[in-house]
Design a protein around this ligand. Structure first.
Ligand code: GLU
Length: 376
């Protein structure tokens, strides 16, 4: 039997989130187009190998700031304006990079609420799934021009980790300007040792990442935010790899054995999600279902309107609900894609009748199987 190496996680990953920092995208306010073209080659290679890639790209502020004036933007509104000026330049550069691969690039600008609020999270996930299904490459950044301090991710490491979590990615690649975590700052401390693999992130790792090592990256996130991101990803069953991205072909280099720090997750995204659903959902109402639907649910199916007999309590779309068999026993918990009012209206209908009844085309399932956990 071949021993699993961290790298084999990258090779076998179905879905990968790649995060690119500002310093890799922009140099003195201009796009590093050759590097970006090479990154597109790497991503095309992964896609040809059957992997799905979501790109989280920084660089909007870095590209937009000299369009605003000679001064470096300091105030929040100046940074927001710079981001608004730079984001189209960033997308144009990315679209150019992917043109030879005939890959449509899709921009998705997220705000913190899109991954923290369940109703919005259902929407954002469905949009990104649709983009991936259509063969596009979602390119995500924070919606900097409207996000204010209190409601910001603040750095794209954290944003990328939230996206990895929301999209059940297997691997999160953080392309940085340093090739991973060291026991101390390698630029000033000759005894600093590189850590290739971390299984359990501890306060000791945080201590290593703080201090001068914290300034390792030129973007707003240093090594500390990378570890925060890795923690979020780890709890979602996603392994993180931090590697030096500034040389051409960073993903290829990684696969060829470039130095990196892996923070491994022992869970798969599926099990992590099941654990999360089990532990975090406090039902706000319940849905009664018929015997056929109960059986289908036990077999791993989604809950469709046809099997629903009633909704109890008042709840909104995105709420946690208990799902009850005809005996009254709760057999599952899940996140409802419909409000209690709409469920009452579509109970017993076929999924293709939803639109006619509600006047809008909702999701085919009331509770998707990915958002459902059986009570056993
Ligand atoms: N969203 C910011 C930008 O595009 C970057 C945030 C970060 O550096 O992590 O400019």
């Amino acid at each position: 039997m071949t021993r699993e190496t961290p790298l084999s996680r990258l090779v076998s990953a179905k879905r990968i989130v790649v995060k690119v920092g500002s310093a890799l995208i922009a140099e003195a306010g201009s796009v590093r187009q050759t590097w970006l073209d090479q990154l597109a080659n790497d991503i095309a290679e992964r896609r040809a190998a059957g992997q799905e890639i979501i790109l989280v790209s920084s660089g909007a502020i870095a590209l937009g700031r000299n369009k605003l004036g000679p001064e470096r933007p300091r105030k929040l509104e100046e940074k927001q304006a710079a981001a608004a000026l730079g984001q189209p330049l960033l997308m144009a550069a990315l679209a150019h990079a992917f043109t030879p691969h005939e890959t449509p690039v899709a921009q998705a600008l997220l705000t913190l609420e899109d991954t923290e609020n369940r109703r919005r999270w259902l929407n954002a996930r469905a949009t990104l799934e649709t983009l991936l299904g259509a063969g596009g490459i979602p390119i995500i950044n924070e919606n900097d021009s409207v996000a204010t301090d209190e409601i910001r991710y603040g750095d794209n490491d954290r944003l990328a980790a939230r996206v990895a979590q929301m999209m059940s990615a297997d691997v999160l690649v953080l392309l940085s300007d340093i090739d991973g975590l060291y026991t101390a700052d390698p630029r000033t401390n000759p005894t600093a040792e590189h850590l290739p693999v971390i299984h359990n992130l501890t306060a000791q790792h945080d201590a290593m990442a703080s201090g001068s090592n914290a300034q390792a990256d030129l973007g707003s996130g240093g090594m500390t935010t990378k570890l925060t991101a890795a923690r979020i990803a780890q709890s979602a069953g996603c392994s993180t790899v931090i590697t030096q991205g500034s040389k051409d072909r960073p993903l290829r280099n990684l696969l060829d054995g470039a130095r990196a720090t892996w923070i491994l997750s022992t869970l798969t995204p599926d099990t992590a999600r099941q654990i999360w659903l089990k532990g975090h959902l406090t039902p706000e109402g319940s849905i009664s279902i018929d015997a056929g639907a109960a059986q289908a649910l036990m077999g791993g199916a989604s809950l469709l309107p046809v099997g629903v007999t009633a909704a109890h309590g008042e709840f909104a779309r995105g709420a946690a609900v208990a799902i009850k068999a005809p005996s009254g026993q709760t057999i599952a918990k899940g996140i409802s894609a419909y409000s209690s009012i709409d469920i009452a209206r579509i109970a017993g209908l076929q999924s293709d009748q939803i639109e006619q009844k509600l006047g809008y085309r909702g999701r085919p399932a009331i509770v998707h199987r990915n958002d459902l956990v059986l009570e056993r």
